[in-house]
Design a protein around this ligand. Structure first.
Ligand code: GLU
Length: 487
């Protein structure tokens, strides 16, 4: 049997380090066994998926060196590798389940489902579909269909008994069927949900090992049931421990930057990030902490995964990155990496139009553009002291603008300007006054190059992290003495 693994991200946001972590372990399992590693894009959530996110996922996984054998860009014998292009296939399989009585049409309106949910909440019982449309006679269901009543397709789920999930890392997991909802498989618009598309694709793409985050354990019974309904063998299941913040909470961008592109922008080496992700939940047999992707794949063994929540600790990652920089790069290679990173003509040409009119000496460029070549700006709460805006208002403004920036699919000057202008209006400030603390947070000073252009050039990852850090700094700082002076 050829081992085939896959990573199946949903393109709904920034490329997440958790995706890289899952991809890495799938990659190693496949490479170690001489098998194949597949990239599949799970974009059935049409409203939230976007091509920019998909492109960023491909770019960042490739930057990390996690090359896939089959995928949306490289093709392969089981394509297309993008679920939105496969909806006909899912409909065929849903029809099969309907025909065999493993699934049913549910005509319940969103209002009824909402009422049901609130009633269940009030009664303190587990929320879930109550099976009303299972009671419909074939004639009733046919009449509703003939009248074009909208419906979804749900799977039948046993109401009692136990589902046994055999997990490669955790062994036997027992989940009571009464905890499993009658999952929607096909939505009203005919698009599949994750569960149907995922099972059908894993089968059609001949995936032998499904390796994913532990948050999917509770979905495993639905998947196992679908495999059984279709009469297909269940692939090996393996749920990786979730990455955690140092306080052990689930890794989230509120606490830690989670976008892979942020780490690239900060000047982490792909070798170091991959190496660090390899240390999450895994270790080399000889205990060596620094290793290459090829070394990890060569020695890989799922049995060496430990289930304790792996902590993604930026300090440790930075330490490891330092080792890679110092120990593995010749001066020549170091210089090349710096050029690739930011000290290159392309980047300079983006900055020149902003600085040319502001200098009288070339040597003024250094201080003026330092923030374009920096990571954290090491600011002090006092740097934000402002006659017109109290710290409290600045914090609120930062939070609101951050929320707006998080939503931007396209990162450019126009979009950034719109977010900031809207907030300035909402706070009833003149734009010029409103922008001052943003200059400080993003560029370190109120006298820097124009803010919107600078933000576009710095990029979404760095800008948002700088704003978030500034917000944290002000929230944890003691009240400003100037607050009293604010009118
Ligand atoms: N699309 C799912 C995700 O975004 C994939 C989960 C799985 O690997 O089955 O994590």
């Amino acid at each position: 049997m050829t081992v085939r693994t896959r990573v199946a991200p949903s393109p709904t946001g920034d490329p997440h380090v958790g995706t890289a972590y899952t991809a890495l372990f799938n990659y190693c399992v496949a490479r170690h066994a001489g098998g194949q590693f597949i990239l599949r894009i799970e974009d059935t959530d049409v409203a939230r998926s976007n091509p920019q996110s998909q492109a960023a996922i491909l770019e960042s996984l490739r930057w990390l060196g996690l090359e896939w054998d089959e995928g949306p860009d490289v093709g392969g014998p089981h394509g297309p590798y993008q679920q939105s292009l496969r909806s006909e296939t899912y409909r065929t399989y849903a029809a099969q389940l309907l025909e065999q009585g493993h699934a049913f049409r549910c005509f319940c309106t969103p209002e009824r489902l909402e009422q049901l949910r609130s009633a269940q909440q009030r009664a303190g019982v587990r929320p879930g579909y109550d099976g009303r449309c299972l009671e419909l006679s074939p004639a009733e269901a046919e009449t509703l269909r003939a009248n074009s009543t909208p419906f979804v397709v749900r799977m039948r789920v046993p109401r009692e008994g136990i589902c046994v999930v055999n997990d490669l890392l955790r062994g036997r997991i027992e989940i009571g069927w009464e905890t499993v909802d009658m999952q929607v498989l096909l939505k009203q618009d005919g698009m599949p949900t994750y569960h149907l598309a995922n099972v059908v694709d894993d089968r059609l793409m001949e995936i032998t090992h499904v390796i994913r985050g532990e948050e999917w354990i509770s979905s495993a019974p639905k998947h196992i049931l679908l495999y059984n309904y279709f009469g297909w063998p269940v692939p090996a299941l393996c749920h990786l421990p979730l990455l955690r913040n140092p306080d052990k909470s689930k890794l989230s961008k509120r606490r830690n930057p989670t976008s892979i592109l942020y780490y690239r922008r900060m000047g982490y080496l792909p070798e170091a990030l991959v190496n660090y992700l390899g240390l999450m939940a895994w270790s080399m047999p000889d205990g060596e902490e620094k290793f290459t992707l090829a070394q990890m794949a060569g020695k890989f063994d799922l049995k060496r995964i430990s289930l304790g929540g792996p902590v993604f600790d930026i300090k440790k990652l930075t330490w490891l990155n330092g080792r890679w920089l110092r120990e593995n790069l010749s001066d020549e290679e170091f210089a090349e990496r710096v050029q690739e990173w930011a000290l290159n003509r392309d980047y300079l040409m983006r900055i020149v139009p902003l600085v040319k009119s502001r200098v009288s000496l070339l040597s003024e460029l250094g201080p003026l553009t330092a923030f374009f070549l920096s990571g954290d700006l090491n600011l002090n709460p006092k740097d934000f002291d402002d006659k017109k805006m109290s710290r409290d208002v600045i914090c609120k403004a930062f939070a609101q603008v951050l929320a707006g920036l998080d939503e931007l699919v396209t990162w450019n000057k126009e979009a950034i300007t719109a977010v900031l202008k809207q907030s300035a209006d909402a706070f009833q400030f003149k734009l010029r006054d409103f922008l001052r603390p943003f200059y400080v947070a993003v560029a370190g000073s109120t006298t820097s190059t124009p803010l919107f252009d600078s933000m576009e050039i710095l990029g979404r990852d760095l800008c948002r992290v700088r704003l978030r850090r500034a917000l944290e700094l002000l929230q944890t700082a003691r009240p400003a003495t100037t607050d009293a002076e604010v009118d």
